[in-house]
Design a protein around this ligand. Structure first.
Ligand SMILES: Nc1ncnc2c1ncn2[C@@H]1O[C@H](COP(=O)(O)OP(=O)(O)O)[C@@H](O)[C@H]1O
Ligand SMILES: [Mg+2]
Length: 220
């Protein structure tokens, strides 16, 4: 599903990330770990074609991301990747349900309202479907963002520290939804986390190291 070859990223002259070769099979779940500043967000952005590597290639489902122009990349992402960021960006004046349905609107791919409601139900917040986003708690907002990412049953979900700001209950619901997408829908999941609650449940790891001396990656 994902193949990364000779990947490197520098910000100016500062190298932050180097991955020689890494692959992930369809439906697999991988946790990207490493200390703050080790390049986790940079790497996830590259998997979503939000950032271009300095060198090397990333291919997802046979699509080489370097070959996509900016608009093609936006279209590809909308149809292929459910993106969950650490701090959920929601449309504040829209309801929880409307925010979930936004992934369908933006990608111009139809999705049923029943599925959107079922995802909110799975996240334990279907009773908040009509609540405006700006009246939701941090945990509720992250649950909405996960439901939105899963709406179109994308082949890939990329989640950057999705549980970092969540209590145990919300953390469980978010992880459960992602795991279910993998086991039942064959969705490939790449998430970054420092969170032991997450690391305990995911065997596959990609560990990034931050130090210049040992720059590079180690698979555990
Ligand atoms: N837009 C940017 N410009 C310059 N440096 C950046 C930028 N984004 C991140 N960095 C630097 O790159 C390194 C890796 O950052 P990041 O990918 O956010 O790591 P992580 O998510 O593991 O904390 C850090 O040293 C960070 O300061
Ligand atoms: Mg980060």
């Amino acid at each position: 599903m994902i193949e990364v070859v000779g990947l490197r990223h520098d910000y100016g002259n500062a190298p932050v990330l180097q991955i020689d070769h890494w692959t992930l099979a369809r439906g697999a779940v991988c946790c990207v770990t490493g200390p703050s500043g080790s390049g986790k967000t940079t790497f996830l952005d590259m998997l979503c074609a939000l950032r271009r590597p300095t060198a090397g290639t990333v291919s997802v489902g046979g699509v080489s991301l370097a070959a996509l122009g900016e608009r093609q990349a936006d279209r590809w992402r909308g149809q292929t990747v459910g993106v969950v960021s650490q701090v959920p960006h929601l449309f504040e004046w829209l309801s929880a349900l409307e925010n979930v349905e936004m992934s369908s609107t933006m990608a111009r791919v139809p999705a049923s309202r029943a599925r959107a409601l079922a995802l909110l139900d799975q996240q334990g917040i279907v009773h908040l479907a009509d609540q405006r986003a700006d009246r939701l708690s941090v945990g509720q907002r992250q649950r909405v963002a996960v439901a939105r990412a899963l709406l179109l049953q994308p082949p890939l979900v990329v989640a950057d520290e999705p549980t970092a700001n969540l209590d145990d209950l919300a953390c469980d619901d978010v992880l459960e939804a992602l795991m279910k997408a993998s086991t039942e829908g064959g969705t490939t999941i790449v998430l970054s986390s420092h969170d032991d609650r997450v690391k305990q449940r995911i065997d596959r790891r990609l560990h990034l190291t931050a130090t210049v001396a040992s720059r590079g990656t180690r698979r555990t």
